[in-house]
Design a protein around this ligand. Structure first.
Ligand SMILES: Cc1cc2nc3c(=O)[nH]c(=O)nc-3n(C[C@H](O)[C@H](O)[C@H](O)COP(=O)(O)O)c2cc1C
Length: 408
């Protein structure tokens, strides 16, 4: 088995060796990064990261779901040998969580995707590079071997083949297909905050940039000077093509006709680990298994696609049952070590976290992301001790009770 553990990735050592910059020392939980990122980022970019679809029902539901379960801990168990190391697809990771794919991260932090991927590698956890990254996928895996690649499938089979082949040639071993985006979501918040892709110059953006000089100089101008105008890099078979008036467009064509046949085609072509992200229905979990997926990520895209979609935590037990022996992971709304452990108790083997790591990159670059990983890792470790377990696999439904919402 390959281990992705580096020397600094032991549960209690995270970020203990290097003194933290003052701005990071004030970050005591993942949520703390949000307010700091809001001050650092222009409004349209912060809004793009923080926002969800329509009325934010799923966004709120994702967090609420965790409050509906309470722990039933065991005491007087010797927990001095506890470890949160987790085996996944033949690798050993330092913690049972990783970094979810997030498009356009290079607008939050300079070389954002590389920052996320390198911090993850250093801390012994997986990061998934987004298909809508502004950095070529080849550059990211060179900087952080072991990174996973997430693709949005173009509608045309030849293009699918070419993109999958490009990821394979670059050295990716894990391919994540995101399938919950047959059409673009209704992100009214992007219109309200003035966010667009490609980023269009506007008075508001100019003002926001000027009033946030650290972002303007440290992220935007630095990117512009070193790499040119940011553009989508990973939708097509080759780096950087085709150029359309200084921006490479995302290939959103014909995604609404994608079906399980396309998944079957990719399964025949892709020799590595294949994961389907965006599953919420038990029957789709069963179909993913029938089509040869190695794993699924139960996800409602952080509430950014179908507003009103069930929270993944709530969907987990039924989906995990339908998945049989296929690996089940989840994301959406995970913010605390206790959330990670609740998801594991309800049938996930691993979880992914999105927005907080994006904010951490914006606030503190690679050190910020490492610090965020360390905080979550310390929470998992502390909670494992208080729950009376030595291994994350010991988390099961017997350690949870269902709490019903208290009247307000
Ligand atoms: C800014 C941003 C960009 C995202 N871009 C992608 C993407 O390119 N591909 C994808 O599969 N999911 C994308 N997602 C969804 C995440 O992978 C993940 O499902 C979600 O963020 C998890 O919810 P959380 O932010 O509450 O942790 C994005 C999420 C955010 C916040």
């Amino acid at each position: 088995m390959t281990s992705l553990l580096s020397s600094s990735a032991s549960p209690r050592a995270a970020s203990a060796h290097r003194p933290l910059p003052r701005a990071l020392a004030r970050m005591l939980s993942l949520d703390d990064f949000e307010a700091a990122a809001k001050r650092r980022l222009p409004r349209p970019i912060f809004g793009y990261v923080a926002g969800a679809a329509e009325d934010n029902q799923s966004l709120r539901g994702n967090r609420n779901a965790f409050t509906q379960y309470a722990f039933s801990p065991r005491v007087l168990v010797d927990v001095s040998r506890r470890t949160q190391q987790t085996e996944l697809f033949g690798r050993r990771y330092a913690s049972p969580f990783g970094i979810a794919p997030m498009g356009i991260s290079a607008l939050s932090a300079y070389r954002g995707d590389i920052v996320l991927a390198r911090a993850a590698r250093e801390q012994g956890i997986p990061a998934i590079l987004s298909g809508t990254s502004l950095i070529p996928l080849e550059d990211v895996i060179r900087a952080a071997p072991g990174t996973w690649f997430q693709a949005y499938l173009p509608g045309d089979p030849q293009r699918i083949d070419a993109l999958v082949e490009r990821a394979r040639r670059a050295g990716y071993e894990t391919l994540v297909l995101t399938v919950d985006i047959p059409v673009s979501a209704n992100r009214e918040n992007n219109v309200r905050t003035g966010f667009s892709t490609p980023l269009k110059p506007s008075l508001r953006l100019a003002w926001d940039g000027l009033t946030r000089p650290r972002w303007l100089a440290g992220t935007f101008m630095r990117t512009l000077l070193a790499h040119g105008m940011p553009h989508f890099e990973n939708s097509f078979a080759t780096r950087g093509a085709p150029i359309v008036s200084s921006s490479v467009l995302r290939d959103f064509s014909a995604r609404d006709h994608l079906s399980w046949e396309h998944v079957a085609r990719i399964r025949r072509q892709w020799p590595g680990t294949l994961i389907i992200k965006g599953i919420l229905h038990p029957q789709d979990a069963a179909l993913a298994r029938q089509h040869g997926a190695d794993g699924i990520i139960v996800s409602n895209h952080g509430g950014r696609q179908l507003d009103g979609a069930v929270s993944p935590l709530r969907a987990l037990p039924a989906v995990a049952e339908a998945a049989g022996n296929m690996t089940v992971m989840m994301d959406s709304g995970v913010r605390r070590g206790s959330d990670v452990l609740k998801a594991l108790a309800l049938g996930a083997s691993f979880v992914f976290v999105g927005r907080p790591f994006n904010y951490a990159a914006a606030v503190g670059g690679e050190a910020g992301v490492s610090h965020a990983i360390g905080l979550l890792r310390a929470e998992v470790d502390r909670n494992m001790a208080m729950l009376g377990i030595n291994h994350v696999q010991e988390m099961g439904p017997d350690l949870l009770v269902r709490e019903y919402p208290h009247p307000a």
